[in-house]
Every structure is written in C-alpha cells, then in structure tokens.
Design a protein around this ligand. Structure first.
Ligand code: GUN
Ligand code: ZN
Length: 443
C-alpha cells in the first residue's frame, strides 16, 4: 500500500450535480488490485486515516493539491498537428485542413509517431482518460491502442466511419468499414483499460447503409461506446436537413439509426431544441462540450442552463484540433467564458451564467466519467476507483502561487487554477495501470 499526504480534492462519483469533497490536510491510500491496477483504498482527513493505517509509509507533498486525473470526452488524436488552422467555419476547415491531414494516417509509421506524441501530451497535461477519434484507416486505431496499452492509460478510441462526402484518402467502403469496426472491437475493447467506440464521423459523411450498420453494431455490443458530432455549426445543420428531410432534427437522425443510448457521446450539441435535449436525457446519451473548439471555429455556444433545466448528461472536451489546447485548465476557462457570454432569460432578466469552479472541474472529471458510464471507475478518487491522480503545484508560476495563497475557500482555490493554471502546474501524473509514475517538473 502507498499513502500520499497533501490537500486533496475528490468527488462523489454518482452525484448528478457536483459534490466536491476537500481536505486541506488529506491522505490518499492506494493499493494494487490483482490485475496490478492501482485503486483508491481510502481518502479523507490525514489525522483520521493515519490512525487507521499507522504502518503505511506516507509521502508528504507540502503545498500541493492532489486531484483526480482529467477526463477528456472528445478529442481527435490525428488532429494534433491541425491545431491553429484558421478557416471560415467548420466545413471549410474540414475540407482544407482536416481531411487532407488525416489522409496521412494511411501510413502506420506516421500514425505511430503522432500517437506517441499525443499520448505523452495528454498525460503531461493531466488527462488520464480520453475518448478519441482515430481516422478512417483501421491501422490508425492499432497504432494508438498499442501505445495506450503500453502506458496503462484508460483510453477509448475508434476508427472513423465516412463513406460519402469525403475526399479520396479518407473515404472508406461501406461494407468493409463495418467489418473493420467489428474486428477492432474484438481486438481492443475491454483489453486492460482500453475500450472501443463505434465512430460515425457525422451524419453528412455516412451513407444510410453505413449509419444502419453502425446502429446494428451498437445494438450487438451494448458496452462499446458510440461517438460522433451533432449540431455544431449552422451550415452543417442546414446540410443535414437537406440530406435527411424526413428526420425531426439533426439529433433525430442518430436516433432513427439506433445510435442514441448509454455510452453514446455527441460532441458539441449547440443547436438543439428541448425535444432534442429530452431525447438525450431519455436515451442516456451525453454531450461532449467543447468550448475552445466552438470559440475557435465560431460554431456557437453550448447552452448549460437549458442542459440543466432538461437534465441530460454532459462533460467537457478539448476537441483538438478544432479545439486549441490539450489543457483541461484552458478548456474549463473557455467553458466559463461561454457561460458568461450565453444570454438566457428575457427583458431585464437577461443574463449570462457564472458556472461555479467546482462545477467546471466536475464537468472535466467525475461528471465526464459519469457521462461515459465510468462513474466510480475514474474521475473521482472515491474509494474503489482506479487511482489516476495528479499532484498540482501552485508554485508553478509566481502569479498562480500568489493568487492561490490568497484563496479564502475552495471555489476561489479552484478558480485560481482554472484561470491561471496550465501544464506547468501539473507536477506529477500517476496512471493507475502504469508501472511507473510520471514526475514531470522535478517535484
Ligand atoms: N464534424 C465532422 N468532423 C469533425 C471534426 O473533425 N471536428 C469537428 N469539430 N467537427 C466535425
Ligand atoms: Zn470533434
């Protein structure tokens, strides 16, 4: 067993709203399970737990904050090098930068090199669980999964399905794409901490036959994830209306093909109505909210207030490379900006929302895990959960140190990290399935 003493933030894993727990002088006790995965044995006040476990050696981390590893609900590993590509919105961005770049992943050696960088970067930024797109090339999944396996990371990924409205080099063949998906499910899903996601890119890029096939796979493999995009951009929404005139809405297209269910995550969910929101709630599908991407591409604002009013699950995501940063701190801050800028209500009651720092943090940890159906597994540091955890050091920058030192309560402390923090504050990242810890800044 090992024990770590520092300030600790953790969450009640099953709560629908954030229930942050905090100890200024806490103790985290860890022990490996029979598979060698580190699990949380106990978490709480140092004084109480120390008395219960008097013989366990304790590592003391003065001035540091222990927190759950972050969960990124939507990212594209092949777009690592697409970050910062300017365009007139989503569809030109896909055509001019993203599709040409993704065609390079036909080469497994290239895919492997990017996967290596991507996984190291995720971890360096404190992201210990991610749901990621690969490309349409099956080898791009193998290149990533092999390396995630070696690192003991909890990673869910899938081969992109796109058999129409896509250029040569990324367009796949309908029947073969479905065979490849099922082969990859058999090879990777449930292997150690890895999972597979059936990945129709978005409705415009998938024929009816491919969408139907994806829905059949989703029904045959209920514990496999589904990931796609929906209602991101107004031109895209108009296009879907032309392609599927019979559907009630863009989200309704996925419903019609059996692609809304638990463990189905839809990036963006901006241009929805309340019937769509109720559909997400009632099917157990969830939204991957991607604020840096939505700001960068000018897609619009996710409506947090309406999401909470109707009550569907959602969590935060980077959406690299439409998104501009791997850093969960940057994503949380962008979500805060979006809340402020989203005007709800009417007349003089019109107002933006100030999302609480603990709520933003929850959306990127326990709330995101819950959206993936991994509550109690990752994202919370609750007893029994896998021990993916971070050691945050406020001394990373003079300004962060100064602001944290003046925080009067938990919300102020978390907001200081959200507004002023980045990878420099992530001193150590421990991955539950890994043989060794990653100490990043000599801490
Ligand atoms: N819609 C379809 N493909 C993509 C993609 O790669 N990124 C984003 N942001 N939206 C998409
Ligand atoms: Zn995306």
């Amino acid at each position: 067993m090992q024990a770590h003493r520092a300030a600790i933030l953790w969450f009640d894993p099953r709560a629908d709203a954030p229930a942050p727990c905090y100890e200024a002088d806490g103790l985290l006790l860890l022990a490996p399970d029979p598979q060698g995965v580190q699990r949380v044995q106990a978490v709480g006040a140092y004084r109480e737990l120390r008395a219960q476990y008097p013989d366990v050696p304790v590592q003391h981390h003065p001035g540091r904050l222990i927190a759950p590893g972050f969960v990124d609900l939507h990212i594209h590993y092949p777009q690592t090098d697409v970050i910062g590509s300017p365009a007139e919105g989503l569809l030109p961005w896909l055509e001019h930068y993203t599709f040409p770049h993704e065609s390079r992943f036909a080469d497994p050696a290239y895919a492997g090199e990017v996967a290596e960088f991507f996984l190291d970067e995720l971890r360096r930024q404190g992201v210990t669980t991610a749901l990621t797109f690969a490309t349409s090339h099956p080898g791009s999944v193998d290149a990533l999964m092999e390396r995630a396996w070696a690192r003991g990371l909890r990673l869910v990924a899938g081969k992109v399905l796109q058999d129409r409205h896509s250029p040569d080099g990324v367009r796949d063949q309908t029947a073969q794409s479905l065979v490849d998906t099922e082969t990859l499910i058999g090879r990777w899903h449930g292997r150690g901490r890895l999972g597979y996601a059936i990945t129709p890119r978005f409705a415009p890029s998938c024929s009816d036959a491919q969408m139907r096939g994806a829905g059949e796979l989703a029904a045959r493999h209920p514990d496999v994830w589904v990931q796609s995009h929906v209602a991101e951009n107004l031109d895209e929404v108009r296009w879907v209306r032309e392609l599927y005139p019979q559907a009630r809405s863009y989200l309704g297209v996925y419903a019609d093909f059996g692609l809304l269910r638990e463990r189905a995550l839809y990036a963006h969910c901006i241009h929805l109505d309340d019937t769509d929101r109720a559909l997400l709630r009632d099917t157990g599908a969830a939204a991957a909210v991607s604020p840096t991407s939505n700001l960068f591409l000018g897609s619009g604002f996710f409506d947090h207030a309406s999401a909470d009013r109707v009550g569907f699950r959602y969590g935060l995501a980077s959406d690299v490379g439409g998104g501009t940063s791997f850093s969960p701190f940057h994503t949380m801050l962008a979500a805060y900006y979006v809340g402020r800028a989203s005007v709800t209500g009417s007349g003089s009651a019109k107002t933006g929302q100030s999302l609480a720092p603990s709520h933003l943090w929850w959306q990127h940890t326990a709330g995101a895990a819950r959206a993936m159906g991994l509550d109690g597994v990752v994202g919370s540091l609750a007893p029994g959960s896998e021990a993916d955890w971070l050691l945050l050091n406020p001394q990373a920058t003079p300004l962060l140190a100064r602001r944290v030192a003046q925080a009067q309560h938990l919300e102020e402390l978390l907001f200081a990290y959200i507004v002023l923090g980045d990878d420099r504050a992530v001193e150590r990242v421990s991955v539950a399935g890994a043989a060794t810890d990653g100490v990043l800044h000599g801490g």
